[in-house]
Design a protein around this ligand. Structure first.
Ligand SMILES: [Zn+2]
Length: 65
């Protein structure tokens, strides 16, 4: 078994975003639900948070400001 270094894998803090529903930090590139809004792309930790957002998007978008 060999161990290979992943030199292409740099640390990029911007790869995480905040779930506007629960406030959890999540990866932009994970297999998590996301919604495109007029102003941005928002990511959620789970389908539960995504459906909460769907119920009242304006409430969660306002809370980010
Ligand atoms: Zn969440």
């Amino acid at each position: 078994m060999s161990i290979r270094r992943h030199n292409h894998h740099r640390h990029q803090p911007a790869e995480t975003v905040t779930d506007p529903v629960c406030g959890m930090r999540i990866s932009k590139y994970g297999a998590t639900p996301r919604r495109e809004t007029a102003s941005s792309l928002v990511h959620f930790c789970s389908a539960d948070c995504a459906s909460a957002f769907d119920g009242d998007p304006a409430r969660y978008l306002r809370a980010r400001e």
